[in-house]
Design a protein around this ligand. Structure first.
Ligand code: FMN
Ligand code: SF4
Length: 418
């Protein structure tokens, strides 16, 4: 793309400086909203834009905000900056290089639901990012855009950063809330949903960093402008994190609906050493493994198409490319190791199942496995499905089941080449 909107620092140098961001139209949307729009108007504009959550589930953002009841107070907004899915590294780039656009989005979300307190929850490893954000927040307080009586109105907003301790599960929104409250980071039972019983048992909106970075664009330019990008059901722009066996891994900002082929070959420079592409994971380690045939390569990357055409959710669009040099049994060994380590242990199928999947996968990868182990591994994965408290348990089985179904011979190779 010649002009960047989410990765705006690639178009405008030093956009992480408040004066540069402001000169480039930054905070225009926020000023307009707080001084001349009702909160419900802001909410409706975001609803009309069709913006969907970029944290993984693709839930419509405006609808999520509309679930906040006006009968229970106070309201909270939490930005999810946990970014712990292997293969996802888009939020970090936004936070580090285009922080004011993210903060403006968070401020607009808070205004829309009339929250006076917002939190940014960052994974523990992002402590430097948190420090930088604290400085930006202090700058905004000095200018009067944050704090009490903002721009002479009776609206006040305070933003705080909060560091986690590096647990993948704390990206799950209810575990995240537990973590902010100082409890063990384990998911809560739902319902009730955070929109009604959230942080400190009060109505809470939780949105991903990239989701929020879209909001200033919508309020400043209007929902109609925003809908020029993307597809009818998945409007807007998306940052795709491309990694694996490609020549140019990195973040690419494209309209939703661009194809895997465009991402991998036009932007990612194709496969390393001209090797044959073998498979695609569309949503990081939580993905199903999809054989990279023409159907997959020409599939539009939006929330409907990948699911309907490939049976693979787009998730946070962390696209990992595997080529002919990768044995899928080896790859599965990596994902089972990750999920065994990250299972929070609250429910038995996930706690025990991730342990056993990793145990069997390790046996296969280390050349100690038997042909029966392949079926056993799949059987354990299938037994986990549909029985867990939160999606992590389900995620842990995706690569296992799809790899054994589509690339069984890779596992057989591990057995026969002992
Ligand atoms: C195990 C697990 C990990 C997650 N990790 C993240 C994460 O790192 N960042 C994120 O924004 N959402 C993550 N999510 C999704 C959040 O629960 C939540 O849906 C999201 O923050 C909502 O924001 P959105 O509507 O803007 O996408 C995770 C979900 C699960 C089940
Ligand atoms: S599915 Fe796994 S991560 Fe989720 S609550 Fe159960 S044990 Fe914890």
């Amino acid at each position: 793309m010649s002009e960047y909107y989410l990765l705006r620092h690639r178009s405008v140098a030093s956009i992480d400086h408040l004066d540069v961001y402001t000169a480039d139209g930054g905070f225009e949307g926020y000023r307009k909203a707080v001084t001349s729009m009702q909160p419900i108007e802001v909410l409706n504009e975001v609803k009309s834009s069709g913006l969907r959550g970029r944290g993984g589930a693709g839930f419509p953002t405006g609808f999520k905000w509309s679930f906040i009841p006006n009968t229970i107070w106070p309201h909270y907004v939490v930005a999810n900056a946990d970014e712990s899915e292997p293969g996802t590294f888009k939020d970090r780039e936004i936070l580090e290089s285009n922080p004011f656009q993210f903060l403006e989005g968070l401020m607009l979300a808070a205004y829309a639901v009339q929250a006076n307190t917002a939190y940014v929850y960052l994974r523990g490893e992002f402590w430097q990012v948190a420090k930088q954000l604290d400085q930006k927040i202090a700058e905004l307080e000095k200018t009067g855009l944050l704090g009490d009586a903002i721009m002479g109105t009776d609206y006040s907003l305070h933003i705080y950063t909060h560091l986690g301790a590096g647990a993948y599960i704390c990206g799950e929104e209810t575990a995240l809330l537990e973590s902010i409250e100082g409890n063990l980071g384990q998911p809560r039972l739902r319902p009730p949903f955070p929109a009604v019983v959230g942080l400190y048992s009060k109505p809470t909106v939780i949105n991903n960093v990239e989701t929020l970075a879209n909001v200033p664009l919508i309020i400043r330019n209007g929902a109609g402008w925003y809908r020029q990008f993307g597809t009818d059901k998945s409007p807007g722009l998306k940052v795709f994190s491309l990694s694996g066996r490609v020549n140019k891994p990195g973040n690419y900002e494209l309209p939703l609906g661009a194809t895997f082929r465009q991402l991998i070959y036009d932007y990612g420079g194709g496969i390393i050493e001209g090797k044959q592409i073998k498979a695609i994971m569309s949503a990081g380690a939580s993905s199903v493994i999809v054989p990279a045939d023409d159907k997959a390569l020409d599939c539009p990357m939006d929330y409907e198409s990948t699911q309907q055409l490939l049976g693979a959710p787009l998730g946070s669009a962390s696209v990992i490319i595997l080529d002919e040099t990768v044995n899928m049994g080896w790859l599965v060994g990596k994902t089972t190791h990750f999920f065994k380590h990250e299972s929070c242990g609250k429910c038995t199928p996930c706690r025990e199942g991730t342990y056993w999947m990793d145990h069997i996968a390790h046996r296969l990868v280390s050349g100690q496995g038997t042909a029966e182990d392949i079926g056993l591994l799949k059987n354990v994965a299938v037994q986990i499905q549909g029985k867990c408290l939160c999606p992590l348990g389900e995620f842990s089985t995706m690569a296992v089941v799809s790899a054994i179904d589509k690339f069984r011979s890779d596992f057989e190779t591990l057995v026969t080449h002992q």
